[in-house]
Design a binder for this molecule. Sequence first.
Ligand code: ATP
Ligand code: MG
Length: 975
Amino acid sequence: MPAAQEPKGAAADKKPSQRRRRGGKKHPKPDGDQRRREKQEAPTEEAPQEPVQRSRGRRNRNPQKEPEAKKLEEDSDVLLAFGALLKTNDPAAAAAHAAYERHEDQARFIEDARRLLAMSPSERKAMVQRAPPGMAMPPPPPGIGRSPPGSPRRVGAPAAPHPGSPRRNGPPPGLVPSVDHLPPGLAALALEVAAEGNPPPGISRSPPKPTDDDDVAAALSALISGNTPEEPPPKPKKKWEPPRVHVRRGGRVSFTAPDGQKGPLRPRARLDVSWELRVDEDVEVGSRRDVSVGLFRVGAPTNDAAIVAKQGKGTVEETGLARGAVAFFAPRAAGAFVFRLLDPEPPGQQQKPKSERPKASSNVYATSDKLDVVVRTHDDLLDSLKASLQQLEEPGRSRLGALQQLAVVAETLPASLAPKRLTHVGGRSGSSAEKKCREKLRACLARCLDELAKNVPGPLTLATRRRADELPFDVDETEEDALTRERAWSVLSEEDEVAARDAFEQQRVAKIKKQRNDDRRARDVHAACRRLCAAFNGNSASRQWLESAAPEQARRLDDVSTRWDALLEEFWPGGADGVAALRRHYDRADSFFRPTHQPSAQQHGFAWRALDDACARVLPQLFPSENFFKRREEVRRRVEACLNNADVLGNGRRLVLRVFGSSANLFGAEGADLDMCVVPAASEEDTELSSPEVCRRVGEALESAGAKNVQVRDTARVPIVLFADPQTGLDCDVSTHNPLALRNTELLRAYAKIDGRVRGMAYVIKKWAKIRGINSPSDGTLSSYGYILCVLAFLQTVPNPPILPSLQRLDLDWPNPKNPDRPPPERVPHPFDASRDVCLSFHDPDKTGSLADLREIAGRNRQSLGELLALFFRHYAWDVDYRNLVVAPRTACVLPKANKAELDCWPQNPHLAIEDPFETHYDVAHVLKYPKHQLVRKEFMRASKLIDDAAAQRVDPDLVLDYICEPLPVPDQVM
Ligand code: ATP
Ligand code: MG
């Protein structure tokens, strides 16, 4: 008979502690092969003869033990194993358990359980399906006897819970084993197994059982008759999306201060908010249209967290607009805010506590301009501090928001508020309000500084970078728990044990994910604290006030600055001397890394010329050879034929492969990969192209055609297959639905043609980024595409006069006069996101014949490539305000991050952010998390400093490009 009768073998005979040691790790992951091998290698003569006693060999047995006690021990083993089996959602075990709840005969239950445990999972499954209707349990397999009716209860009559049992929920009626004769440890275990609500650690809860008797009977008979009730089809998993506000438009909301003040306002300033909203055509003139006007922090990702929301009562006018006005006060805390126009809340909701209200709709009809609230007077300061500190201390409110608020105050405190006068806050020097405020500020800063001292520069980030399986197995599990868990598993069959281990593993991973989220939250708080410290250090008014209000904290802030040295070293390796040298050259805080001693313009001119010469030497080697396009075209044709032969689109539909990326955008170097995209030959619907299925078929076709290293990434945002061409060894990728990439390739190509310096800069920057290890999106750094967008944005905004226009803003008829009959550029649905549309139009000089004009304009700028490169590095090292601005070649001007935060929910962090030219809601640099942003910025700074050093003759100017593009040192070989 079946595998059930086979012995478990030597591995099973080991004590749990021995089993763990064998794995080397504390709790090794189950290695199926190893376990199978151990089981096969087990000497059969040592195997217990009785099939159902598989668990007995696991424990030191006492030969002198009384037969009754021995029996009890066996029964407890059976219970343990059954409990574990039940937790693996085995249907036969669930049926047996449910049957027991009806008949309540424990002896019978134990025999049933024993029989089930003696079977393999497939036998159990077959048995459940074979079982005749109405039969509570199938007949026992040969060799296993059913206990005679009326046989004594071996695991006790209903008994009082064991006093030592840690049960939380009571066991099911009648399933409480009598444990009086069991050794204490075992007794507790047996009770735990029996107590459904408290399984042994590591074993998940059984699925909820129907409570109603009829349901139990129906479920049972269906299960045993093999007609398992059809499980409802699994719900399609909803893809997680970040919370987002959808701006529907069709309305307008604006605010004015009654005194006509335009600039930043003071806390609690009075505001008149007016709004208008287009209504449906059939709405009567003069009828009411109500809205809700909410005041939000800029970029609040949902509409749930309004600082204050008011009902706006409007009247429909003949123009088809409803208009209204509401009065507001600016928030008490400094910061950036907006008004949003929303549908009104249903009546009665406002009285309910926030937690009971339904989630607010994510639709917004309009958002106002940014409302900046700043501190101007002593009273403002007191109000603002009080608001922040109150938020910091109130349970349930965002600590992060409070720290950010405080940082805004410290950043913007005007110099006119001299420290001496500040001691008389609000003219109420020594008032209890002022004292309280100072105390709170001290406490709050102390907490921030503790946080910083603990975490700079980032054990937290290290933890989050570690993969789940590298983290400790289970930090909370005690040795005893682990032993119990291992014991419960050890009495299961191999498959059941694997299932139990899997269930446990899932729980563990879920726990680790939660831990990671906690890490992330902690890191956010840490970042906010760091911003706060930088703010106090960067604004002399705040710093002076801090010194007078909280001298102890001011001193500690200096200590923290020393901790920043660690960060500095990260930016500029070279040990303490390097840091000291850097400190001499660079200022503190916000301008912490900014060079204070610039070489003269003359010296710079000298370095730029040297850099220019170096570029002229290097570029011919970087530009591709004549064969570049020819060879790539051959590969494209071959792959296209292969995919068509394999009929990857099905039904004989033909496809065309189109090349995008550096093989088509004029920025390609010899070693670049070949990016291709599937396009249906006939102009038919191509929505299914994005399906993972097509991607998998492409992967299979390429694999069978002999492609090397085929990797199918069918769950990526854009499904893609990576492979190496077997004939040329060229790295290639085929994406199945990527129309936007084709379009942005055309855009980049158009820019490349306008001026030779565009290509020159892009080639040098790409080479530098690759060599310095900051050009790998899979490692969290920026793609080549991202760097090229940075180059374009730079050439549009920094050189004087600018070299490039925004081709997306340039009129299609330029340089001819605007054609008034031309319809506005069309917006088309986004290829993957039905809720958005995109505008793919741009001024293509090739098509409009304006290339010569564009070249002529670009030529008015006489700056050399060397100078532009130097300015480029300096711009991204020192000049870009990463916290507040977005790199956006679409607009050819700086784009406030607050706008992207408000309209597209971009985080307002200090990382580099790059707006995609067509998918304007998409941040091409979103892969850059803080440490990698630092790494990239450090490289910009390194290059910029080397050029400055060349200008000051500290570095040989002829070699400066070589130094800038110096390969990273190879890490020491791990022996
Ligand atoms: P390389 O020579 O390094 O291959 P490349 O110009 O091909 O450079 P890639 O970064 O490989 O640049 O990108 C190829 C194409 O993929 C780009 O033209 C762009 O359409 C798309 N792409 C790459 N990275 C991104 C991104 N982060 N977001 C959106 N599209 C991207
Ligand atoms: Mg590429």
